[in-house]
Design a protein around this ligand. Structure first.
Ligand code: NAP
Length: 441
């Protein structure tokens, strides 16, 4: 395919942003202006956050992968898995080989909780914890200690809701999910009685969405509780019209949680106006000191009133950061690559969370990726570079055995076949198992 006039593009990262970019580029291909795309990922498995971030009990959300699969099967799209950019191949090399490179590597590192004692054992970032229960090969060995009675989740976003729900759901409630089997064994044996979810601002500033919040009211063995005195009678009068519906629903659910309901084995306390101050304990977490806050013009202000919450596990779910790549300008404060409307420098572009930070839904990445793909098509001229041959030669020279989409389909089939009882699949959690499956099938 790499004829003289073919535009060859590398997309780094095979999550939603990567495949939406690949889809837009693939569709822009014509006889007059052929385009070929190589989607490169460090893992042997595609789909990024769909596989390793979306909660295992939200299987219907994962169906979007079928759309990415369609793109992956196009003649002008290839998948090169198990190739780590910045390690196996440098970004400058890719920029020389391909006409353009689009970074779509997402934001896979936890934002750090910047308080005293946050390095104690038992403080686990959301990226690590979510990756652990989702069989991400980099986090499968996390082995969190869940033989405890109380856990604190920091943050009021959908990740905090996911983590609370996964900690609280029973074996039965998780039966039709692809929760990592080792995580299920640990979680479903935990004697945790109390889970706290702390938001530093108020209920109307919380970032979770109504549907996700409502699921916390449907847990079999856990009752979700809010404090009625922390809830306003109605949504604020100055709420933007487009946000009124969502805020009303959120307030409705929170009010429902504030009404007396029968106790269950576990209690999830959602508490607002509480900001983390320090982690208590010696080597391990024994508790967390919180400061009561008030909110002025949307901003958190401390009140000087402190309280301690005993707990043995703290999971800050306070957002994610992109992992920097050498040679790519990085905005340290924002936690993503520096760019101007998706352009980084020369023939290097960025899309998705790596461009704008971890916000929005999966679908938000589609217009973002389409915009960047359109820029690439408009701004970049083909160099007649025979890119695919060159990258294949380079990988071979470095003894990097890349995984094709066909190879991934072998892993996929083996995972589906290994599913136990009503689970949709049994995800492999090590790269060795994945590569062995490919070579044996
Ligand atoms: P998020 O929505 O940005 O929420 C982060 C939360 O952490 C906020 O409540 C924030 O409070 C709080 N926070 C930040 N820094 C803090 C600090 N130093 N101390 C205390 N609290 C702090 O992030 P996320 O939950 O990680 O989600 C990331 C994205 O993925 C979002 O777009 C989310 O909607 C999406 N997602 C969606 C789903 C779903 O649709 N089912 C599931 C998971 C994730 P402030 O507001 O005060 O900053």
């Amino acid at each position: 395919m790499s004829e003289n006039h073919t535009l060859s593009i590398a997309v780094i990262g095979s999550g939603p942003a990567g495949y939406y970019a690949a889809e837009a580029l693939s569709k822009a291909s014509s006889d007059e202006r052929p385009v070929e795309v190589d989607v490169i990922d460090q893992l042997p498995t595609p789909f990024g956050l769909i596989r390793a971030g979306v909660a295992p009990d939200h299987q219907s959300i994962k169906n979007v992968a079928k759309r990415y699969e369609k793109t992956a099967m196009q003649d002008n799209v290839r998948f090169l898995g198990n190739v780590s950019i910045g390690k196996d191949v440098q970004i400058e090399e890719l920029m020389t080989i391909y006409d353009a490179v689009i970074l779509a590597i997402g934001a896979s590192a936890s934002r750090k909780l910047n308080i005293d004692g946050a390095d104690k054992q038992g403080v686990i970032g959301s990226a690590e914890f979510v990756g652990w229960y989702n069989s991400h090969p980099h986090h499968a060995e996390l082995k969190p200690k869940l033989n405890i009675d109380s856990a604190v989740i920091i943050g009021n976003g959908n990740v905090a809701v996911d983590v609370c729900r996964i900690l609280a759901k029973t074996t039965e409630e998780m039966a039709e999910t692809d929760l990592a089997h080792y995580a299920g064994k640990t979680i479903h044996a935990t004697p945790i009685e109390t889970i706290w979810m702390f938001g530093r601002r108020g209920p109307m500033e919380a970032k979770f969405t109504p549907k996700e919040l409502s699921e916390l009211g449907e847990l079999k063995q856990c009752v979700t509780i809010t404090k009625p005195e922390q809830l306003p009678d109605d949504i604020p009068a100055d709420t933007l019209p487009k946000e009124q519906g969502v805020k009303k629903k959120i307030l409705g659910h929170l009010k429902e949680f504030s009404t007396p309901r029968p106790a269950k084995i576990q209690t999830l306390n959602i508490e607002f106006y509480a900001s983390p101050v320090s982690v208590i304990g010696n080597e391990r977490v024994e508790g967390i000191r919180m400061e009561r806050t008030r909110v002025e013009d949307g901003r958190t202000l401390g009140t000087g009133h402190f309280f301690d919450v005993p707990c043995q596990l703290i999971i800050p779910c306070i957002g994610y950061r992109t992992v920097p790549i050498e040679g790519v300008p990085f905005d340290t404060d924002a936690g993503h690559f520096r760019n101007t409307d998706g352009h980084v420098r020369d023939n290097l572009y960025v899309t998705g969370w790596a461009r704008r930070g971890p916000s929005g839904t999966i679908g938000t990445n589609r217009p973002d990726a389409q915009e960047v793909a359109a820029r690439v098509i408009e701004e970049i001229k083909p160099k007649a570079n025979n890119a695919r041959q060159k990258i294949d030669d380079l990988l071979q020279k470095r003894h990097i055995s890349h995984v094709s989409f066909r190879d991934w389909q072998k892993i996929d089939a083996a995972e589906l076949a290994a599913a136990k009882y009503t689970a949709p699949r049994e995800k492999f959690a090590t790269i060795d198992t994945m590569l062995k499956t490919i070579s044996e099938n």
